[in-house]
Design a protein around this ligand. Structure first.
Ligand code: NDP
Length: 250
């Protein structure tokens, strides 16, 4: 059966790859992002391949916008089956400059922004006793500390707690909640010289056991699995997808 899938931050990177993967699997994908041309391009790409998708601008900092979009999707499609809460930022800020505003900005997107899109969809998922939610954490939230990114690490560790709490509270409602903690993945976030590794990110492959950084599709396929019935007995888990980085570094 075709599922209705809501994905945040789906114009580029991991969200885009997830949108293409769900569409290729036959689902109807609601592509959302603050990046409008990029989001619309993903919908066009899906349509050109014979898939079904629609674009809506959604800034996950707005509770009103998230509530309204969920209501709109449910009114038109009758349901939301799957949510991929993917939108996130990773701004480099040394501790000496980490003001309340900068802290709040990252937590508002990377942690609260995940809860904002999930919350309004829960009554419908509960009523239908069907739902699968996948949230994006990071190896920087589950194992590593990341200097000059402590707000990001805190938010991504918070995603782990959010996934666990939701997973338990929603388990008897037929709703599963899991997360993915990617390692180094070739996206705009990783390739940013200002905020992360920069354009020569391939050098990180030297210390990754599999010998390469990840591609967005490496994460998208795991998201697709976690949202599928193949993961029907999994909830509250955050799966590390990092080419062996965490287990291989001594
Ligand atoms: P990208 O920066 O490539 O894509 C993230 C998307 O989210 C962008 O389109 C971005 O727009 C959008 N976005 C930012 N703020 C908001 C907002 N307020 N509301 C809606 N959308 C927003 O990131 P990735 O694909 O790399 O990352 C996807 C997720 O995976 C993130 O949560 C990230 O933290 C996580 N992750 C990524 C890793 C990696 O190595 N790439 C590693 C570990 C985790 P804009 O470009 O304008 O900011």
């Amino acid at each position: 059966m075709t599922d209705v899938v809501l994905i945040t931050g789906a114009g580029i990177g991991i969200g885009r790859a997830a949108a293409l993967a769900f569409a290729a699997a036959g689902h109807h994908v609601v592509v959302t992002d603050v990046l409008e041309p990029e989001g619309r391009a993903v919908v066009a790409e899906i349509a050109a391949a014979g898939g079904r998708a629609e674009f809506h601008r959604l800034d996950v900092r707005s509770t009103e916008a998230a509530d309204a979009l969920v209501a709109d999707i449910e009114a038109r499609h009758g349901r939301i089956d799957i949510i991929v809460a993917n939108a996130g930022i990773a701004h480099k800020v040394p501790l000496s400059e980490l003001s309340d505003d900068k802290w709040d900005h990252t937590l508002d997107i990377d942690l609260k922004g995940i809860f904002r899109v999930i919350r309004p969809a829960l009554p419908g998922m509960k009523a239908r006793r069907k739902g699968a939610i996948v949230a994006l954490s990071s190896i920087m939230g589950v194992a590593y500390g990341w200097d000059e990114h402590v707000h990001y690490s805190a938010a991504k560790a918070g995603v782990v707690g959010l996934v666990r709490g939701l997973g338990v509270e929603l388990a008897r409602d037929g709703i599963r909640v899991n997360g993915v903690a990617p390692g180094y993945i070739r996206t705009a976030q990783l390739l940013s010289k200002e905020h992360s590794v920069g354009p020569d990110a391939d050098k990180c492959g030297e210390y990754i056991p599999m010998g390469r950084i990840g591609e967005p599709e490496d994460i998208a396929d795991v998201i697709l699995f976690l949202a599928s019935d193949a993961a029907r007995y999994m909830t509250g888990q955050v799966v590390v997808v990092d080419g062996g980085l965490l287990v291989g570094r001594y």
